[in-house]
Each structure stands twice: as structure tokens, then as C-alpha cells.
Design a protein around this ligand. Sequence first.
Ligand code: 5GP
Length: 206
Amino acid sequence: MKRKGILFVISAPSGAGKTSICSEVVDRMPHLRQSISYTTRPKREGEQDGVDYHFISRRQFDQMVHDGAFAEWAEVHGNSYGTAKDTLQKAQDDGADVLLDIDFQGAAQLRQSGLDGVFLFIMPPSMKELERQLINRDTDSDAVIKRRMQNASNEIAQAVHFDYVVVNDQLPRAVETVMAIMRAESSRTRRAIETLPDEFGLKSST
Ligand code: 5GP
């Protein structure tokens, strides 16, 4: 018996290790589908269109906004990013759990729209460590790193609005914690009951 898919929304300041956590969690939880966002950001080396993002022009992005195609969208570090309604609808139709790696503005839009999601915030152990990660990543210019550090304090202040805060002091531990949260959420009474046989007579009580 299938239950409805769960929508997991993960946000963090960039450099907190969110992308590593998400890809490890998706590898280890085969039933979990990662939502692929649309963005106007130029492709980084090694990124693939349709795998990491759907890379589209500003004009295409604006058209999608105009058509109401996004469940949420936001400007992040000077580029636009959005989650298509279709992506979420398809996951829901398939009964698949879906993972959204999006910024806190997008997370706030989804929460305010009354979406039944689970909101996780990945926290760096310290500001110093966050800066070190951004520098080590070596994909962004000094100006971009500076801008991301300035945005970080703003982003960290949003953690209080999330259901869970996971500190990424050690990647394997953070991955385990995120997976534990996901398993616990799928055992929530209202969700677990959906998967039980009718003979228990529990479904009518939800
Ligand atoms: P990056 O350019 O480093 O891949 O991502 C920058 C930020 O944009 C990250 O915080 C990432 O989570 C966020 N982001 C990626 N996709 C989306 C999306 O569809 N919507 C929103 N609101 N943010 C996104």
C-alpha cells in the first residue's frame, strides 16, 4: 500500500555542505528523488544540463514566472532559481519522496503556501568554517565569496523557521542525521497509517 510522497526541503547558506549532504542522501536512499531546479546561473565546470539544473536563459525564466510555472522561485546571489510545479506534481503522482535543495526565500514561499513539507536547515559549525569551505570550493571568484559571506548571516537568521536544524560539523554524521529525520517523518502516525492494511481499521480515524 502506497503512502503520499513526502516533500523534504533543505536550505543552508552556500558553503555549509548542503549539496554534498543532498547527493549522499539521494545515493543512499534510492526511493528519494531530487528535484531539478531551473536557473539562469551559468553552468559551472562539470555540471550537466538536466542533471544538476535545467540551465535556461533569463528570457525563458521570466516566461515561466509569467506562466505561473513555478511553485517557488527566488533571486539568489544575482541569479534566478525556481522549482517547477510540474516537478512536484509528478513526484506526488508517482508517490515519490522528493528532496528540494533550495534557498531560504524559496523555502519560505513553500511554507507560506501551506505545502505539507518537512523543512530542514543545514548549519555550518561556525562562520569561520563557512568561509573556509567557500574558499576551498574554488569555484567562485573572491567577489562572489565576499557576497556569499555577507548573505550568510541573513540566511542563518532564518533557521528558526525550519522544522529541523542539522549542524554539518562532520559530513557522515550530518548525512546520518538527515536520513534519520527522513525515516522518522515517514513513520509519523498520519503517514504510517496510510500504508497499513485496512483490517487494522485505523484509516477512518485520521
Ligand atoms: P548554486 O548556484 O551554488 O548551485 O546555488 C545557489 C543557491 O540557490 C543554493 O542555496 C541553492 O539551494 C539555491 N537554489 C537552487 N535551486 C533553487 C530553487 O529552485 N529555488 C530556490 N529558491 N533556490 C534554489
